[in-house]
Design a protein around this ligand. Structure first.
Ligand code: KG4
Ligand code: ZN
Length: 336
């Protein structure tokens, strides 16, 4: 079964072809980062307009790369939510119309399910059940995944998401958007031991997170040490705490459910320090950590094509309700 995947929930237009026998055939991405940069964050209306312009050319590109035509498609998967309503509507409208014209099924995919299952596109792939650390710009969750569609939330953020904390810290340090890569690059030249930042919720006794206090602590430090030379040290201290809290809570989650498999997904999963820390912590506990391929950590069409293909294979296309879900709880999903 050949499935076209379409991601348009935020500031990236992602398109991919996934074949249930042959695997990922092609994927392309257009990032709107440059367009939004001058505003310091994503402008929803501009995002929607840009998705409209990018989708068709990207679809032509992925098909062309494999010398395929639209007629080869067996189904279309698109991000139905959560995300920006207008941006989601562009993808949903495009996908549903194309599927209708080709007389093939279309399925709306939960964006986080896409992230959550993206490590299954890597080699080696984790077996079920596993614990997933989902760390993106909008979400920070620990989930217990027993099968496709069976997602139990073990912990969640009480305020800012991990990626959001990186982005806000970047802003406070005068770095560009998106903040994660910029903060972690600056941190490389900093001394992580010079400043001590609070480690929020580390001993809260549950698996929840809170990052807004950390942001305030960064702001206080920045005001106290405004000199240029302190910036890298603040970035390093911030990254160290983020990595420590995310890693420690992930290990607590593994112990709580008695799992030896940890899966990391979402944009913050691209963070090198976090990856290294999780590799060594899981290894010392006899567990193993799985990451998506680096280019599939942040938003992409491949994860949507893949998650959609699993659902289309089960005949879960549905009667084309044309709606998107800007807010959508992962635990509402049906099992495959
Ligand atoms: O998953 P994603 O691409 O989009 C959402 O669904 O939110 O995640 C984007 C987030 C941004 O907040 C970005 O700053 C963060 O992931 N990010 C990183 C890194 N690369 C991206 N955070 C820390 N370190 C990185 N290397
Ligand atoms: Zn995402």
């Amino acid at each position: 079964m050949l499935v076209l995947g379409i991601e348009s929930s935020c500031d990236e237009t992602g398109v991919a072809l996934y074949d249930t026998d042959k695997g990922l055939l092609a994927h392309r991405l257009h990032s709107q980062v440059a367009m939004h940069r001058e505003y310091g964050g994503v402008v929803p209306e501009l995002a929607s307009r840009d998705h409209i312009q990018r989708l068709l050319p990207l679809v032509r590109e992925v098909l062309g790369e494999r010398s395929l035509t639209l007629q080869a498609l067996d189904g279309i998967a698109y991000t139905q939510g959560p995300g920006l309503a207008g941006a989601l509507l562009v993808g949903a409208g495009f996908a549903r119309s194309l599927a209708y014209s080709l007389n093939i099924p279309a399925v709306g995919v939960h964006h986080l399910e896409g992230h959550l299952l993206s490590p299954l596109l890597a080699d080696p792939r984790p077996e079920f059940p596993f614990v997933a650390l989902l760390v993106s710009g909008g979400h920070t969750q620990l989930m217990h995944v027993t099968e496709v569609g069976a997602y139990e939330t073990l912990g969640d953020t009480l305020d800012d998401a991990a990626g959001e904390a990186f982005d806000k810290t970047a802003q406070l340090l005068g770095l560009g958007y998106p903040g994660g890569p910029a903060v972690s690059k600056l941190a490389e030249s900093g001394d992580p031991t010079r400043f001590k930042l609070p480690r929020p919720m580390l001993n809260s006794g549950d698996l929840n997170f809170s990052f807004s206090g950390l942001k305030t602590a960064v702001l206080t430090l920045r005001n106290k040490y405004p000199e240029e030379a302190a910036r890298a040290d603040i970035a390093a201290a911030f990254q160290r705490v983020m990595v420590e809290v995310l890693a420690e809570k992930s290990m607590q989650a593994l112990r709580q459910v008695g799992s030896i498999r940890l899966v990391v997904a979402g944009g913050v999963g691209a963070n090198k320090q976090l990856r290294q820390r999780l590799v060594s912590e899981t290894a010392s506990w006899g567990a193993k950590v799985y990451f998506p391929p680096l280019d599939l950590c942040t938003d992409n069409g491949a994860m949507i094509a893949f998650a959609g293909a699993l659902r289309l294979q089960q005949g879960q296309a549905g009667p084309a309700p044309f709606n998107v879900k800007p807010r959508w709880d992962l635990q509402e999903l049906p099992r495959t």
